[in-house]
Design a protein around this ligand. Sequence first.
Ligand code: M6R
Length: 608
Amino acid sequence: MCGIAGYVGPRNAVDVVFDQLKRLEYRGYDSAGLAYVDEGRLHVLKKAGKLTGLGSLLAESKPSAHTAIAHSRWATHGGPTDLNAHPHHDQDAQISVIHNGIIENYLELKSDLVSRGHTFHSETDTEVAAHVIGEEYRDGVELVEAVRRAVAKLRGAFAFVVVSSAEPGTIVCARNASPLIVGFGEGESMVASDIPALLPYTRRVAILENDMVAKVTVDAIKFYSLEGKPIEPKPFDVDWDAVAAEKGGFEHFMIKEVHEQPEVVHQCLAGRVEGDHVKLDGLFSDHVWHEIDRINIIACGTAYHAGLMGKWMFERMLQLPVDVFYSSEFRYGEPLLSPRSLAIFVSQSGETADSLAALRLCKARRIRTLGVVNVVGSSIARDCDRVLYTQAGPEISVASTKAYTAQVLVLLLLVLHIAQVREMPGVRVPEIVQDLRGFAESMRQSLDLEPQVKALAERFKDSKMVFFLGRNADAHVALEAALKLKEIAYIPTQECPAGELKHGPLALVEPGVLAVFGATDPDTQDKLLSNMKEVQARGGTVVAVTTNEASAWADEMDTVLRVASCETKALAALSTIVPLQLLAYHLANLRGCEIDQPRNLAKSVTVE
Ligand code: M6R
């Protein structure tokens, strides 16, 4: 999620890495910094805020060096401040580290290091990793070896880039899950989190795979396994232009973000599931969870749809009453609020004006507030009493995709947390945690449906109206699928619980109408089949999105899209959002729509 750059070679490395960071600016960030090695000394410059802040520091000091690393941060642990900005150093300030990802076991490592006299200057997990690497970097051990040994002690997703004052001309990197790419230049070498940063300098690149360490010097880039065995890098030439490269080779940010969802699941769960239970840090103390008598979830658009899934999960699993409000309605609706209630604000940007206004109202009424927010340090995150970050990384496309998945997952984690605190015997936390662990793979399987979805989009690209229907959790996913389609393909939609069809919307069904049914819930399949038949009898075409295990009736439908089966119903329903996002995307693309910036819409709506 963060931007990473590194360079070793004859040019001024500081200028190169700053330029590389600028080329990663499209990802969004909240602070930036760099480290360079000059005359056997490490120098660090860093600043919260936009890159211009770091640019001003560079303009004042005009540094020059032949080895440098740089980082633009998308905060996860600790707010966006100068101190939390990367790079971070070890106890002896001999090495500088930049990092993308989340170290899950940083708290236990930190308390061990503190007990042995280490001091820390930031709230980040990265600084802990720097100290762990620093501890291994002694007694003549090479930096690459120290990083290799340290990585074995770290749990989580990461890409590290490290330099040392004792080894000028060397950059060491390590990767597990977070992306890292090395570039082979003419008499120069470099590293970055994303290909666009490298393109002005070289088109010859290689991907550092999971569980690999690399030693990057001016004339060689060597890869090693975590056991220290040399591995032959597999360089290839990038033929994308710079714009395509920003999108990772995808045509639009939206489709890139849809494809990021398995990774987002990992990021969102990182450090939050341990063994067979859930561990959420920084929440209210346990007695508060016993005291709460009602939850109000307040949000707009996609986040509101995630809130509806939240209600469904909270009420079923915790028997806790939940209302879900559009922020704009809540604000002026004179809501009745129990003093023992909790207001949960769900927001990707954390800056949505309607939600902020609703938050102010709750604060004025002294209601407890919790943010479920993606952008660290945003207004909603700052103003709520507590915050759970969705950790989905920057979302650039106006149409929200990966943020929705992460919002639903965080709400599920919260349900499990409360179930643990309240010792609810009916909630099978270990089984659900097991399903959560397999969920990234389920999302990957959902992405495999893309060729089928594309064919469907070809067939229905001239649709005048598309229905999205379902029952239970599938009905909530249907609302989100419909929003995606209207938003980017400008096709009118009709979305409602499938049982409501016969109470009115059925009048709109005629030959040529496409009706997409979410059908993952085994308990309502018979009723759903009747609703499908109602559509078919009036000439409509039925597409069922169901699970691998769903019964044979699904074969009677015009098209069946099968997602992975899952015992946890909310997760089975959630995995259907992927083919539905893909359907919206491919229909919009075939209709020549402006996908990432649809007409009349903005990513963050900062007016009421
Ligand atoms: O940043 P927020 O999550 O608070 O934004 C809420 C809505 O504006 C947002 O979800 C909007 O509906 C998206 N464009 C949907 O794709």
